[in-house]
Design a protein around this ligand. Structure first.
Ligand code: SF4
Length: 713
């Protein structure tokens, strides 16, 4: 299975030459019911990554006197190693154990900060032995918020569980709304099901401030103003409830809080004309969309609208990365509860299905080890979306605990992906910060390491995994031996735990034992889910409930809800507020343009960005700022001009690309590696550490900037 951070979790077949032990072919597994034998453009070329000459293959330590940070910008690949010298694993582990022990003794164990995210989403690689290690050490806990916590909190607050419409069922939908979801770019295995629905007459509507590939291929693209999705959802509710188009029977049977939400949604501020002024979507379009949404699939309610199947929403995490983002996700999640779309095959909503996999994470991660640490208590929590603050000012107030003195990075590249990059890099440059990085490549973060450790790809490890875009558990068999001296997270942290003198037997566990522990649950959805069966069959479907007709229809009945009330919760009411960093508050200010720090379709955040083949696929947006002709003309800018994009946090040098991908008032730049960009910074030089309204997530899409033509010379 592919373990990259992607909803699809593809089944993968790897052909290995038995003589050399080398993987010679990577292809999709045709037997996989969802991913059905093809891979995305990122992973179809995976052997370029596995066998890249730039792979980190040996442990290294920074040479005495070599300054932290990149050796230069552009064409630096291959020269980074000059700052390091090769050492053995034994030396590396001894060095790390000694430094962590000393730092913990001097400043307290919470001065050690792990930093990881979803470089792999396998259960073992994402969070198992690493968590045991840091819990036992008494290190600060990391709140892993960088991607999805606002949306996750939103979905859970309404449904009690992260679960949704199965991708295969999208083929039965009559109206599909891709809301902040670039399906063609980063959820490609849903696309054939959508195409199947469209062949039967379904319409695809995309709501996105950027004209993505998905938007360009849709029946209709609604270019919403960034950060205003909650207003649109409330406007749709207003139309639906004014016209009495809610499904009264379903609402009565499966929800709570309806009357309060109804009174709120019917307020004048949610009328289509008012919502149009906020979202930039015309009032008649809002009315048409809301009516089509409510009526889709309902027998006898044709009225010139689609009735070939129910409505479903593919919501993705784009909308929750703004100051009002959690509320926006909550409001959208409530729509199918009003219309009863969950009752029909192909209806409903999908944001994430990850909560439907009942892995025994407590057994894997053992949080009780915190009590056996020198702290003897639960350690403090540091939000990963505020790494800049953590590295530059945490500890200034003794009440917050000690400063961060050791940073241990794995499964992530914070120097590129964390917001407010200038503070992050200022922190990482600190000479008194001991930094360990476990990586496959010389990333922007690796340039700041004191000790650098080689990590394997998913072809070189064994793991078990669910998915956040489908409902099959899978096992990943190790296809090839780790390249060079690469070691998995399990091996690294198990051995480091022993080096630190942790005597608990759990630090001796190996892959198979951990997989067995992850599957050790009595949860009925995992009935019959054993390692042996997964090894035999590759993927195994969850045992989800079926109705009297043998259909699995999430949230079609109260038994599906996991909320405190046991129903879909329509309160507290979602309240739209315009982000402080938005045109609504600062149209006349120093930074009047809303900035979209976009992800490239053919990268995975910053992963893959260093590979030539992937860069070629993304050449269109390399080093450019996309802007609307009106904004460009107002600044005497034309395509190809060197421009400076700036705000109070930082500045970027890019080239203007004037096009229709963005609306007036919005500009867009693409995430890249810093050192592969002119001037050595990326879009996160401009983003802030402000957190979302719920879930403590980052607000990448609440960013204001100004743009000017760069001065010649
Ligand atoms: S990145 Fe996603 S779509 Fe691509 S191979 Fe991996 S799981 Fe499949």
């Amino acid at each position: 299975m592919c373990s990259h951070d992607c909803p699809d979790s593809c089944g993968v077949l790897v052909t290995v030459d038995q003589m050399s032990g080398r993987a010679v072919k990577v292809q999709g597994d045709p037997a996989h019911p969802v991913t059905r034998g093809f891979l995305c453009g990122k992973v179809a070329k995976y052997l370029d990554r596995v066998y890249s000459p730039d792979r980190l293959l040996y442990p290294m330590r920074r040479r005495a006197g070599a300054p932290k940070g990149p050796v230069g910008y552009r064409s630096v690949q291959g020269r980074e190693a000059d700052a390091f010298e090769r050492i053995s694993w034994a030396e590396a582990l001894d060095n790390i154990a000694a430094r962590l022990t000393k730092i913990a003794a001097e400043f307290g164990p919470e001065s050690v900060l792990p930093y990881s995210y979803a470089g792999t989403i396998g259960q073992l690689g994402y969070g198992s032995m690493d968590r045991r290690f840091f819990y036992r050490l008494g290190a600060s806990q990391l709140d892993r918020t960088i991607c999805s916590t606002a949306g996750g909190a939103a979905l859970t607050s309404v449904y009690g569980i992260k679960l949704g419409t199965a991708p295969q069922d999208f083929a039965h939908a009559g109206l599909i709304i891709a809301w902040g979801a670039n399906i063609h770019g980063n959820n490609i295995h849903l696309w054939p099901f959508i195409e199947e629905a469209r062949r039967r007459g379904a319409r695809l509507v995309v709501i996105d401030p950027y004209r993505t590939r998905t938007a360009a291929l849709a029946d209709e693209h609604l270019a919403i103003n960034p950060g205003t999705d909650a207003a649109l959802a409330l406007g749709m509710m207003h139309v639906i409830l004014s016209a009495g188009l809610e499904d009264c029977e379903y609402v009565e049977r499966c929800t709570t809080g309806f009357q309060e939400l109804r009174a709120h949604a019917l307020k004048a501020e949610h009328m289509p004309e008012r919502v149009a002024a906020i979202t930039g979507i015309p009032a008649d379009t809002i009315v048409r969309l809301a009516r089509a949404y409510a009526l889709a699939g309902r027998a006898g309610n044709n009225g010139g609208l689609q009735d070939s199947g129910p409505a479903t929403i593919r919501l993705n995490y784009g909308i929750q990365r703004s100051e009002n983002g959690g509320t926006a996700a909550r409001a959208v999640c409530m729509l199918p509860l009003l219309t009863g779309a969950w009752r029909y095959k192909g209806g409903g909503l999908q944001l994430s299905t990850s909560g439907s996999f009942p892995f025994n994470t407590n057994a894997l991660q053992m949080p009780e080890l915190m009590l056996a640490s020198p702290l003897g208590r639960v350690a403090r929590v540091v939000n990963m979306s505020q790494l800049g603050q953590a590295l530059t000012s945490l500890g200034n107030d003794p009440a917050d605990g000690p400063p961060v003195k050791a940073l241990f990075v794995y499964n992530s590249n914070p120097a590129a992906i964390a917001p407010n990059q200038n503070d992050v890099l200022r922190g990482m440059r600190r000479e008194d910060l001991f930094t360990v990085v476990h990586e496959q490549f010389f990333t922007d973060t690796a340039d700041y390491a004191d000790v650098l450790l080689p990590a394997p790809t998913f072809l070189e490890t064994k793991d078990v995994q669910g998915a956040y875009g489908h409902l099959f558990a899978q096992v990943n068999e190790q296809a090839i031996a780790p390249l060079g001296e690469a070691r998995s997270n399990v091996a690294l942290f198990g051995e480091l735990g022993q080096r630190m003198g942790f005597e608990e037997k759990c630090f001796l566990d190996r892959d198979d034992e951990l997989i067995d522990q992850a599957l050790d649950t009595r949860h009925p959805w995992f009935a019959g889910m054993t390692r042996e069966r997964l090894e035999r069959e590759g993927h195994v479907a969850l045992q989800l409930p079926v109705d009297s007709e043998g259909q699995t229809l999430p949230f079609s009945a109260v038994e599906w809800f996991r909320t405190p009330s046991g129903r879909g919760e329509l309160t507290p009411m979602p309240v739209f507020f315009a982000p402080m960093e938005s045109r609504a508050h600062a149209a006349e200010g120093a930074y009047p343009l809303e900035f979209l720090p976009r992800k490239a379709d053919n990268f995975m955040n910053s992963t893959f960005a260093n590979l030539e083949g992937h860069r070629k696929m993304e050449a269109r947006t390399a080093g450019v700022l996309e802007m609307h002709a009106t904004d460009a003309a107002a600044r005497a800018i034309v395509t190809g001009d060197a421009v400076e994009v700036f705000n109070a946090r930082g500045r970027l040098a890019l080239k203007a690309l004037v096009n229709a991908q963005v609306s007036v008032g919005v500009v867009a730049g693409r995430l890249d590696w810093n050192k592969l960009s002119d001037g050595g910074g990326n879009v996160n030089a401009l983003t802030s550490e402000t957190l979302t309204d719920i879930g403590g997530g980052p607000t990448f899409y609440s960013t204001l900037v100004e743009v000017r033509k760069a001065q010649a010379g």
